[in-house]
Design a protein around this ligand. Structure first.
Ligand SMILES: Cc1cc2nc3c(=O)[nH]c(=O)nc-3n(C[C@H](O)[C@H](O)[C@H](O)COP(=O)(O)O)c2cc1C
Length: 280
């Protein structure tokens, strides 16, 4: 008898094969409800009291993408910072939410929350608050650079990183002064992924995976997106930003996306640095 895949018997469940028979040992009281036991049973012999048995839909023929096309689809995903002034219909937003439900979560906790902003005033206010936060950070970076300079540490990574951070931060503030929205780019929708930061599991990973799932699926609906780390930082460091979005207690923002119909088309792919891989 050998496990069909690496499952430990002392954990909640185990599916094994012996002499062509699949055997399952399941403990409903110590189960994280992934539904694998039901999904692999060829004879529909299992009943799980904690799961909606009607919600298991048969997979007649697994979807098969052409490898090169799917790879191109991944490569053609780019950050979009220009959107058409066109609302995303509610049914399309609901499709995105639906896709998000199927993103994997650590221990199958399924505790990712989503705040979808579409109100222009709210988005604009959060954009302004993020810019104010960046202005404060710019001030801190300038002070740090003066100190490093006085200590003769201009030839250090910290100094070089500070030059980069200050230039990026100043660029954002300048674009805001020029009347642009350098945070959310006047996107018709902003998706804020959040979860209880104190809970057991992997709230951060769960939110990022949900966001990436939406990013890719959105492309099939003609939508494009951009991650907005700037707002995440503002929400993390500035309590007044968190107050503005009224998340449940102990929740943290773990990923943010702008979404909309693209206002520009990328005509070329871009190359990337080789990945550092260790083969063993
Ligand atoms: C976690 C994360 C945070 C990001 N934050 C921002 C941001 O605040 N503002 C922005 O314009 N782009 C942001 N980006 C987009 C990156 O700049 C972009 O992904 C990168 O330059 C590569 O370009 P591409 O996405 O078009 O391939 C972020 C991307 C990631 C993955």
């Amino acid at each position: 008898m050998y496990p069909v895949w690496g499952v430990r018997k002392d954990l909640s469940w185990c599916i094994m094969e012996k002499d062509g028979e699949i055997r399952s040992e399941a403990n409903e009281t110590n189960c994280f409800f992934c539904g694998h036991c039901i999904a692999v049973c060829p004879t529909d012999s299992l009943l799980h009291h904690g799961l909606d048995m009607k919600a298991f839909t048969p997979i007649e023929k697994p979807v098969a993408f052409k490898e090169e096309e799917f790879f191109r689809f991944l490569r053609e995903r780019r950050s979009h910072r220009s959107y058409l002034k066109k609302k995303i219909p509610q049914e399309v937003l609901e499709k995105l939410v639906e896709a998000c439900r199927y993103a994997p979560t650590g221990s199958n906790k399924q505790k990712t929350h989503l705040l979808i902003l579409q109100n222009e005033q709210t988005i604009s206010k959060l954009s302004s608050m993020t810019i104010q936060y960046i202005e404060r950070v710019n001030g801190l970076v300038e002070r740090k650079m003066k100190k490093l300079s006085a200590e003769g540490k201009e030839d250090s990574d910290l100094y070089r990183d500070s030059i980069y951070a200050l230039s990026a931060g100043t660029g954002v503030v300048d674009r805001a002064k020029a009347g642009l929205d350098p945070i959310f780019f006047w996107a018709p929708a902003v998706f804020i992924f959040h979860s209880d930061s104190k809970r057991f599991g992997t709230p951060h990973d769960d939110c990022v995976i949900a966001a990436q799932t939406i990013t890719l699926y959105a492309r099939t609906l003609g939508l494009e997106s951009c991650y907005i780390g700037a707002f995440m930082a503002a929400a993390f460091y500035d309590p007044s930003v968190m107050e503005e979005i009224h998340l449940p207690p102990k929740h943290q923002v773990y990923s943010v996306l702008t979404l909309g119909y693209p206002g520009q088309t990328y005509l070329k792919d871009v190359d990337r640095k080789p990945l550092t891989v260790r083969w063993e």
